[in-house]
Design a protein around this ligand. Structure first.
Ligand code: HEC
Ligand code: HEC
Length: 363
């Protein structure tokens, strides 16, 4: 090799080295986060799209669902990073809490059971006492609640704004990478709206599959509509009159306590609302024990016994409540009917998605 070709080779090597170096320097410090985009499921059998409450300014899109899915499972929304929405709204329990009272940050307890949030898109109001009209507004409540996530909404927003993978997604979904509480609420609400439970044995029976349920279930449904009177309140596609704003009932739960939780009354100050609560769905009830706003009833059998004696007598007891005198067989049939309302939610919604890393995670 003569001097010239050596110089040429050196030169090439230098250029190659420089290219490699500059390549390194120019490579994005943050590889873009690639969110998993779930497939938005069709409405399952048994539900009715016309009954869904979707604000006009928050249409459902797959990217928004994906973002809300991450936020729902992300502990960084809480003060100490330990509690996510899914800590209390556990997917295996119809997105409710198997504990009577949920444990929040610092092992704090509230005084109400975390209700299942399946099909909450079909409720006209949110919470046991209906104090919040929309899922959008509801979503930020737990973040600042001292016994839940104990954070301040401003803190949570600041934390999220530090996560490049979130900024990138908020930009794509809402047209601004500045993360706001309003948009966090919209994203979480959109995820919640697609946690729909349907296609239960009862839905398949109604759709024509005569083999889908037993005779006991059919008898149980007749009791539900008739002698047991459950359908006076647990009515419609989601088996609750919570599809209509303004309907709350005192069935007597907790009214024997020294200082009863007065429920809807605390919101309205209306005497007639004392001890009244929103009617929960019966869909997936078999998965969502314990029951009632205070989680005081452990099993569906206990719930049926409670109704059998007409609930707990008190001054404000709903006139729709009465002593039922059900036989043991009738109780078993009612139970079978409720169990036949256990449906399916989208499988992916029950799993935690990959979350965009925080800056300190070296990304
Ligand atoms: C520490 C436990 C806990 C955490 C964490 C928590 N929740 Fe809840 N959630 C509850 C309890 C308890 C209730 C019932 C409170 C009430 O009605 O007063 C509830 C009620 C709800 C409801 C009302 C459902 C209905 O049918 O009315 C929705 C929706 C909800 N939570 C969503 C969320 C979201 C979204 C997050 C995360 C940002 C979250 N929750 C975090 C305990 C929790
Ligand atoms: C007057 C209206 C009304 C009638 C009638 C009624 N319910 Fe309820 N139901 C409610 C309300 C309101 C609650 C919540 C009460 C509370 O937490 O204080 C509830 C709660 C429940 C729960 C607990 C669900 C959960 O997620 O915690 C079940 C199960 C249930 N009812 C089944 C029945 C059955 C079975 C019947 C018929 C035997 C029936 N209900 C009749 C209004 C009614």
């Amino acid at each position: 090799m003569d001097y010239r070709s050596i110089r040429f080779a050196l030169c090439l090597a230098t250029i190659a080295g420089l290219v490699a170096l500059s390549g390194l320097a120019c490579a994005p410090a943050q590889p873009a986060f690639e969110p998993e985009i779930p497939e938005i499921p069709d409405l399952p059998l048994g539900l009715d799209a016309n009954m869904m409450q979707i604000p006009e300014d928050n249409p459902i899109t797959a990217e928004k669902v994906a973002l809300g899915w991450q936020l729902f499972y992300d502990g960084r929304l809480s003060l100490d990073g330990t509690i996510s929405c899914a800590s209390c709204h556990q997917p295996e329990h119809a997105f409710g809490d198997p504990d009577q009272f949920s444990t929040g940050v610092d092992k704090n307890f509230g005084n109400r059971n975390a209700m299942p949030i399946i099909n909450s898109a079909f409720h006209a109001t949110q919470f046991w006492d209906g104090r919040t009209p929309t899922l959008e507004e509801q979503a930020l409540g737990p973040v600042a609640n001292p016994v839940e996530m104990a954070n301040r909404v401003e803190n949570m927003i600041a934390t999220l704004n530090e996560v490049p993978g979130y900024r990138q997604q908020f930009l794509a979904v809402f047209g601004s990478e500045e993360i706001t509480d309003e948009n966090v609420g919209k994203a979480i609400a959109t995820f919640e709206r697609v946690i729909q439970s349907g296609n239960s044995p009862w839905d398949r029976f109604i759709a024509g599959d005569k083999e889908a349920v037993s005779e006991a279930v059919i008898r149980g449904q007749e009791l539900h509509m008739g002698k047991a009177g459950c359908s006076q309140c647990h009515v419609g596609v989601n088996f609750t009159d919570a599809a209509f704003a303004g309907l709350y009932h005192n069935i007597g739960v907790g009214m024997d306590a020294e200082e009863p939780d007065l429920g809807r009354f605390v919101v309205t100050g209306d005497e007639a609302d004392k001890g009244a609560f929103k009617t929960p769905t019966l869909r997936d009830a078999a998965l969502s024990a314990p029951y009632m706003h205070d989680g005081s009833q452990a099993t569906l059998e206990e719930v049926i016994d409670f109704y059998d004696v007409g609930g707990h007598p008190n001054e404000w007891l709903d006139p729709k409540m009465s002593v039922l005198n059900l036989t043991e067989e009738e109780k078993a049939d009612l139970l079978a009917f409720m169990e036949a309302l256990t449906g399916e939610v989208p499988a992916w919604s029950k799993l935690a998605p990959a979350l965009p890393p925080s800056p300190e995670e070296g990304q």
